[in-house]
Ligand binder design. Sequence first.
Ligand code: SAH
Length: 569
Amino acid sequence: MTRPVPAIVILGNGSLATARKIAQLYPGALVHGLAGRVEGADRVYHEFGATLREFYQQGTPIIALCAAGIVIRTLAPLLLEKGAEPPVLAVAEDGSAVVPLLGGLGGVNLMAREIAAGLNVAPAITTSGELRFGTCLLNPPSGYALGDLELGKRFVSDLLAGETVRIEGSAPWLAQAQLPEDTQARLAVHVGPGERVPSAHELLIYPRSVLVAVSGAIADLPRAIRQALRDAGIAVQSLACLLAADTEMASPSLREAALELGVPLRFAKAGASAQELARDAIAQPVCVRGDSSIAVAVAEQPLDLSQIGRSRGRLAVVGLGPGAAELMVPAVKAELARANDVLGYETYVRMAGPFRDDQVLHCTDNREEMQRARHAFELAAQGRSVVVVSSGDPGVFAMAAAVLEALHESSDAAWHSVDLQMLPGVSASLATAAQAGAPLGHDFCVLSLSDNLKPWSIIEQRLDLAAQADLALAFYNPISRSRPWQLGQALEIVARHREPGTPVVLGRDIGRPGQTLRVTTLGELSVDQVDMRTMVLIGSSTTRVIPRAEGSPWVYTPRSYGDKLTPIP
Ligand code: SAH
């Protein structure tokens, strides 16, 4: 399983060099800097306490470059809450000390060792068991699972009190530890995939070396799998993955079973029975269900999943929002972090970064939408995790529709079994409206003024009807070098139905460096105030402007017509 990417949090510019060194150890890790104090961080935060607590509650490992005491005080209120505890470390801003604070079972000591090695210092490890034995028995490496934590804690404290231990079964990582081994010992570590009730003084560790192959429709799949494992005498903790034929890729019951059992789902070539699937993947099954729909196979070592079939490909079409990182939804951030491939118009791909070295970027021209959509499916159909980026929302004059059109045109079964997701973003009209106040607070109409993909006559007709219906209007793609006259014409149509004093909001590069917001009126608006990076919002007959303490005035459209119950004809 991949480890979560840590957040590196700094309070001042003095820590930036150390933070960068640490970031190199964790691909994808971002440096978060305090607003106004740090220049050149990957992300900006405004409040240290709230930021740290949010990371902690999300289970994100935290590397804070500040005094350990500050981190302890900040997280103290959360420590009594139950739940997962991510690794938390304090690192001296000059890199001279690395202190693991929390998350002993989440691998904090391993991180402390990694960071300390990267900074050429000794980590401040304080965990007795780990110091004495060189490994944390309660936190086995990936590929192994601990049987029972509470029993484990007692076991380790017996060891620390001076007892010796026998090791039954094989686990290379235990062989490297400095355990006080003795073949006559009362305490025993038992390593093996078999189902077993621990005897007194026994710590069970399960290698994830078992594969369950599944074929055909099976009622209550998770229960059937548990039963098959029980019949084979195998502990469910030893299960490493489920394997099915690649024609079953889109099966919801397989997905739910894998989720419930907490294991990944892999797929191999179609047409094979469960028994053949298991045998081709690792070994002759040790147990096959009567109707040959489930086969259990056991390997000598923990399974390397990259060697077993392949995963279901995923294609996510995501909206980045207008530009600012704070306006990107968390689901999109998570999707970008898991991506193998990122496709999009170069400006937007750059906006979605930074990326890790292992992530492949495919930047294309803005006009090549269909080609980009097909390329995305080709990559996802190979089992890769693919992200197509749009600015704003992907469903608003952007890639989501193009991707669905490509799918609609294709009869390739592999494309249709890709895990396709659309993840929304804050669209330019909404980001601009929020900065101006609430100009779209009542019914409104969204139009693209580009006649590249639709005839101008349709745009004229829609403008006329929308203006007549007294809808507030939001214009995307208002003007460009190749479409110089359309905006002027559009404004003339609107002016037939709206007063010259109607409020107009122009938002340019909203949420991006150098953003500008201008409030004017329909009568005063001229097309040279607008370019292709501008969002144009035109009020309805009820839209009002009121002074604001600073900057341009507030613009809002009340939610009711009040006494003005008949709209302007
Ligand atoms: N999917 C995008 C829209 C793409 S169409 C979204 O939902 O926002 C491109 C048009 O959107 C531009 O011509 C401009 O009118 C508008 N636009 C996009 N980003 C903008 C921004 N940051 N500020 C102002 N307008 C923007």
